[in-house]
Ligand binder design. Structure first.
Ligand code: AMP
Ligand code: MN
Ligand code: MN
Ligand code: MN
Length: 277
């Protein structure tokens, strides 16, 4: 069975509509799929409808932006009920801060001579209410300020660059609380991407456990690091989750179903999902 529990659609910074995403996942042999847009659950209904027409079990998910000790973290909520008020209100407040941040990013880009980025990024966001740095990155590429999105983050949008605006995301306990109110499981997304030294990673895992988090996502970037994470996950009693973090088809990026396999003998988060009961 092929499982992918981390994907993005046009409801955040992915390029496929929820229905197209579900169909592509099915054609690639995925049978359990979570849609986890950034701070937004609006795509779940369309994804669920599409899943009825193919051989896919859809897990309703979200990827929440979180602030922790000055780092931007991501916490996945899997198996959530998006209609639960605490979660819906929490996500709406994050999307409001995304809109405010976008105005400030554009002002900072203006100041270095990059004009028109607010309407430009808004156009790339399309109908998405979760406007973010990926949409600014696409504008910067389109306008030939940079060659690709990696460059856009390196030169303009990454922490400490001229277009960077420190976000005001909720903390770990808040975001995990919303996920639990909505009946979901909280998964720390891609811990190896935060570039934390071992001691800080351990302290993050401690805080995540103390805040009630259930699972850790293992990702493919670097076998050594993920083995350290698996050791820590065992110590803290976390289950493991795995997903492609798919945003768009392309070369050198993970496609739907391209996930790191969970080592034998470790508990998998999907064993705890409603969809599997
Ligand atoms: P935001 O949540 O608006 O701050 O944007 C974060 C998103 O930008 C992530 O979910 C990724 O999709 C994307 N992103 C972050 N860093 C990079 C990078 N270095 N290169 C390309 N995309 C990135
Ligand atoms: Mn993204
Ligand atoms: Mn993420
Ligand atoms: Mn993601």
């Amino acid at each position: 069975m092929s499982i992918d529990l981390h994907t993005h659609s046009t409801y955040s910074d992915g390029v496929l509509t929820p229905a197209a995403l579900v169909r592509r996942a099915a054609s690639r042999g995925v049978s359990l799929l979570a849609l986890t847009d950034h701070d937004e659950t609006g795509g779940l209904e369309e994804a669920e409808q599409a899943s009825f027409e193919v051989d896919i079990q859809l897990v309703r998910g979200v990827e929440i932006s979180v602030a922790w000790n000055g780092h931007n973290l991501h916490v996945l909520g899997l198996d959530i009920d998006p209609h639960v008020q605490q979660l819906a209100d929490g996500l709406a407040s994050i999307r409001d801060s995304r809109a405010e941040r976008a105005v400030r990013i554009a002002a900072q880009l203006d100041a270095v001579g990059v004009t028109g980025s607010l309407p430009g990024a808004t156009r790339h966001a399309g109908s998405s209410a979760a406007i973010g740095r990926s949409h600014f990155a696409r504008f910067l590429v389109e306008q030939k300020h940079v060659r690709n999105t990696t460059d856009a983050f390196r030169r303009y949008l990454g922490a400490g660059r001229c277009g960077y605006v420190p976000p005001s995301w909720p903390d770990l306990a808040q975001s995990i609380g919303w996920i639990h109110c909505a009946g979901g499981q909280a998964v720390l997304a891609h811990p190896d991407r935060y570039r934390l030294p071992p001691r800080a990673l351990r302290s993050l895992f401690e805080d995540f456990a103390r805040s009630g988090g259930e699972a850790i996502e293992i990702s493919g970037d670097g076998r050594f690091r993920s083995s350290a994470q698996i050791r820590l996950a065992r110590q803290f009693g976390f289950a493991l989750s795995s997903g492609s973090d798919f945003h768009a088809p392309g070369k050198d990026v993970a496609d739907l179903g391209d996930v790191t396999e969970i080592p034998a003998g470790m508990p998998a988060v999907w064993q705890r999902l409603q969809a599997m009961r």
